[in-house]
Design a protein around this ligand. Structure first.
Ligand code: C2E
Ligand code: C2E
Ligand code: C2E
Length: 89
């Protein structure tokens, strides 16, 4: 088995997110835009989100957090390392 480091952060690739079709990425993009606005953090190429936010997004997408994580990895929005963050739930 691979050595385990600390729980990885959930880091959203904002450029990749903007390239996705609207019908897939719409709810995610609106959620992320809200966080950016709350933080006043508009200039990054990536945005780190809370584990708790992945739970909320899973409810929005009507998936389990693990399923949604796989989808976000497939879309290229999350790094495959993010799987370990969800295992920590
Ligand atoms: P809050 O949750 O009361 O957090 C107040 C401030 O504490 C934040 O101001 C930030 O400076 C710091 N803070 C809280 N939790 C963390 C954390 O896990 N990591 C880091 N690095 N700092 C933390 P900020 O960034 O201006 O955010 C203002 C408010 O916007 C937050 O108030 C919260 O209500 C909301 N918010 C910002 N980012 C997120 C997010 O990623 N997810 C959610 N659910 N809410 C967020
Ligand atoms: P990190 O969390 O691994 O982030 C690496 C780099 O990704 C950051 O470099 C920044 O360019 C970008 N990045 C990650 N998350 C966000 C985000 O939510 N918004 C934006 N705009 N950019 C993001 P940077 O800024 O030089 O930070 C280097 C390291 O310093 C970070 O590594 C983190 O470990 C620490 N750090 C920086 N700012 C904070 C902070 O406000 N709170 C905490 N707890 N750590 C911070
Ligand atoms: P981080 O800043 O390196 O924080 C790592 C973890 O430490 C957070 O994971 C959370 O469990 C805890 N933590 C850090 N600061 C606080 C705090 O002020 N209050 C509480 N209750 N816990 C705190 P989490 O929540 O999964 O967040 C992951 C990353 O998302 C954070 O890494 C940070 O980069 C970003 N983030 C989350 N919330 C905020 C926020 O409100 N504002 C900003 N600017 N960044 C945030």
């Amino acid at each position: 088995p691979a050595p385990l480091g600390p729980t990885p952060k959930l880091v959203i690739d904002l450029e990749r997110m903007q390239q996705l079709p609207q019908e897939k990425a719409g709810p995610l993009a609106r959620y992320i835009a809200t966080i950016q606005s709350q933080r006043g953090d508009y200039n990054g190429r990536v945005l780190s989100i809370r584990q708790e936010d992945l739970r909320s997004l899973a409810v929005i997408y009507d998936r389990s957090p693990a399923d949604l994580t796989e989808e976000l990895i497939n879309w290229g929005v999350l790094d495959p390392e993010a799987r370990r963050a969800v295992d920590a739930f």
